[in-house]
Design a binder for this molecule. Structure first.
Ligand SMILES: [Zn+2]
Length: 719
């Protein structure tokens, strides 16, 4: 089968949920001999005489890659079919002359005003029937044939001209698919949805069965009766209808990407440059509308845009989750941080500036977790427009600024880390995450408004992070055999084959932790009968008679001598009437609607162990549960090293280890001996003995301390 045919088969709407594969194997990385460093470069916002200064300052900062042309459609194609490439020719020439590579973007996230005026019906329509306006970006309907054709045309014109250009090291399709444009309710979108449903179900009988449409008498007797899920008199449409519309929307956006990707790849092949990667920039984990697992196999390089939640004091934990996720999307291969910010952004309610050193810690945390580069939005801060108060490498104040000095220093440090390029991050554990479950869980009709997919994911991830356990993210159908510990923070929707995957994993000796309200429904959002959680009952050794969601202000006690530590804790949001069917109770409900019953259980299943957590424990209790599960799994869970010290290890093919130690706290912290001791030290030629900090050149024979707010990257040991 050809690659194209494989992709077409994999993307079939009627098929089972995608089994995510790593980004396409054997695909290339941009031709760079160092970690990538740079930014979105928007020279079109400035008079041409500024460009030479831009390039000179880029050299001073150590920039070796810029993303160019992301929002330059109106400039590149000022009227239909007439292209103006002179300015791009000149910018590419300047950059190439300075040895700076280009990640050339297609500008399709910002259709020109002439295009919207000529095709007013391409504007997306909301569930309320409102056609959204222009004078912004992302104004397009994913299903409008004129838009898709115009995208292929501009992508083809750019690739015709620049596929063979020596400065172009990578192609960047569109910008942040799914954020915010996703669904549309226009007539073209309704038609496309009907076609997608026909492909998925074949017959209306099958569709009616999948949607449980006998409920409220919603059976369909003709395809023309099917509509997109608009605003309804009740709180929402049929849950099966809603879930399929979310699947359809994700598939539609992916088709927009592959449309352009195929055009560019065709031109690259013709130009003899098939080694140049093509990708797009994801928005993990804030983009709910796009199932990125399905995208992972369509890109050559996993790339992410990450912005801190500025007001969260511990936002570096969420950063780590996003970084681990992007690495996992690429199957563990090096990935690219396509955008982050040097300091404040301009679109949150209160856009806090980063403190001195914070941008450095952020950047190096991404590198620790497998990024082979760190790039920003954007190079030079805009004077006007919607993001003029968004920080940049070169701020409004110019080179007499803290941010500029930090950007220059970071460039030098990334250059000093050249040898970590290509090494991979080591992870013992995995968290399961899938979009179908997210979509299904957060529908309107459910037991509690407090059920929150991302909140549970982040809560479990955070306690692993604080225990210094590095985790991958994985799809429920992934091969889990390489992980000692697998955590399921939230998997309301569980396909039968996913449950079978987990069954095989635990039976084979794995340790599994499952949180409440998981394994409840199948892919049609239909409940597994015979006691909850129907898909996972046998693995967990429990059966749940009834869900007992809690009032908003309700806290229940959790206690059990079997749990080390204080032996008591609390739960909120959720409780369940749990019956033991082979599992042991580890913590019980002290009070509340499930008083006296098991709250947290542990079950020996085959050669492995499965834990069930039927409430939302306070953070300390959750950490203790995960510590115990990690002990079952043989995973080092370090509760003694302060949880302000982030410890992540990358490993090169020759066994050389790189320990990234990032101190997010206000006091110096010693790197624990277990993290730096192990087999023998690497003392090869050019590698001085002991623990060398690649950032400072210092070597240490004994303990290594990380200063407050500081970072060390230690070249350690050869296994
Ligand atoms: Zn539409």
């Amino acid at each position: 089968m050809t690659l194209q045919a494989e992709r077409a088969t994999a993307a079939s709407a009627a098929g089972p949920a995608p089994a995510p594969a790593p980004a396409r194997p054997g695909r290339p990385w941009p031709r760079l001999d160092a970690l990538a460093y740079g930014a979105d470069y928007n020279p079109e916002q400035w008079p041409e005489e500024v460009w030479a200064e831009d390039v000179e300052l880029m050299r001073q900062a150590g920039v070796n890659l810029v993303s160019l042309g992301i929002f330059a459609w109106a400039l590149t194609e000022p009227e239909p079919g007439r292209f103006e490439f002179g300015w791009l020719d000149r910018v590419l020439g300047l950059l190439h002359g300075a040895g700076i590579g280009v990640d050339l973007a297609t500008p399709t996230a910002a259709p020109p005003n002439w295009f919207l005026a000529a095709h007013p019906h391409v504007r997306p329509v909301t569930a309320d029937g409102v056609a959204l306006g222009g004078s912004s970006r992302q104004t397009y309907c994913p299903h409008a044939p004129e838009y898709r054709e115009a995208c292929r045309r501009i992508a083809g014109a750019l690739a015709d001209r620049y596929a063979g250009h020596p400065a172009v090291l990578m192609w960047h399709v569109h910008n942040e698919y799914g954020a915010p444009t996703a669904e549309c309710h226009c007539p073209a979108s309704v038609e496309a949805f009907r076609s997608w449903l026909r492909a998925r179900y074949g017959t209306l009988d099958a569709l009616n069965a999948a949607w449980s449409s006998t409920f409220w008498g919603q059976q369909y007797s003709a395809w023309e009766q099917l509509d997109t899920p608009r605003r309804t008199p009740m709180a929402d449409v049929n849950p099966g209808h809603r879930l399929d519309f979310q699947r359809f929307t994700s598939d539609s956006l992916l088709a927009l990407y592959t449309d352009q990707r195929d055009v560019i790849e065709d031109r690259l092949e013709r130009a003899g440059r098939a080694d140049v990667p093509v990708t797009t920039n994801f928005q993990l984990i804030n983009c709910k509308s796009v199932d990125f697992w399905a995208w992972a196999r369509e890109v050559d390089v996993a790339a992410n845009d990450h912005y801190l939640a500025a007001e969260r004091p511990d936002n570096h934990v969420e950063l780590a989750l996003c970084a681990d996720f992007t690495r996992s999307m690429g199957g563990g291969a090096p990935w690219l941080l396509m955008e982050h910010s040097t300091s404040a952004v301009s679109w949150q309610p209160r856009n806090l500036a980063k403190r001195p050193g914070e941008m450095r810690r952020n950047s190096l945390a991404h590198v620790a977790r497998g990024a082979d580069g760190a790039m920003f939005f954007q190079w030079r801060a805009s004077r006007g427009g919607g993001e003029k108060f968004h920080s940049a490498m070169l701020p409004h104040g110019g080179t007499r600024s803290r941010i500029w000095r930090e950007a220059v220093a970071l460039g030098a440090e990334l250059a000093a880390l050249r040898e970590v390029q290509g090494s991979t991050t080591v992870a013992d554990a995995a968290l399961l995450w899938d979009w179908e479950s997210w979509w299904a869980l957060e529908q309107v009709f459910r037991p509690s408004v407090d059920l929150d997919f991302k909140e549970r994911q982040l809560a479990y991830y955070e306690q692993l992070w604080r225990g210094h356990v590095t985790a991958d993210l994985a799809h429920p159908s992934a091969d889990l055999s390489g992980y000692k510990l697998v955590v399921v923070p939230q998997m309301y929707l569980c396909r039968a084959q996913w449950a079978e995957n987990l069954r095989g994993y635990v039976r084979g000796g794995g340790t599994l932790v499952v949180s409440y309200f998981s394994g409840v429904v199948d892919e049609d959002d239909a409940v597994y009968l015979g006691g909850y959680p129907g898909a996972l009952r046998d693995i967990l050794g429990v059966s749940v008679d009834e869900f007992l969601p809690l009032r908003a202000d309700w806290t229940v006690g959790l206690a059990g001598p079997a749990l080390d530590g204080s032996g008591t804790g609390t739960g909120t949001v959720w409780a369940e009437a749990v019956e033991l069917l082979g599992a042991q109770s580890v913590l019980s409900y002290v009070d509340g609607p499930a008083a006296g019953g098991p709250a947290v259980t542990r079950h020996r299943f085959g050669a492995g162990t499965a834990w069930y957590v039927s409430s939302r424990p306070d953070p300390a209790t959750l950490r203790e549960i995960l510590r115990r599960a990690a002990a079952d799994a043989g995973v080092a869970f370090d509760s003694e090293t302060p949880d302000t010290l982030e410890l992540v290890r990358r490993e090169a093919a020759d066994g050389t280890g790189y320990l990234f130690a990032i101190n997010h706290g206000d006091t110096a912290v010693a790197v624990p001996e277990r993290a730096v001791s192990a087999p023998e030290r690497h003392e090869g030629p050019g590698h001085p003995p002991g623990r060398a900090d690649l950032l400072t050149g210092e070597t240490f024979a004994g303990p290594v301390e990380v200063p407050p707010g500081g970072v060390r990257v230690l070249r350690l040991l050869k296994r």
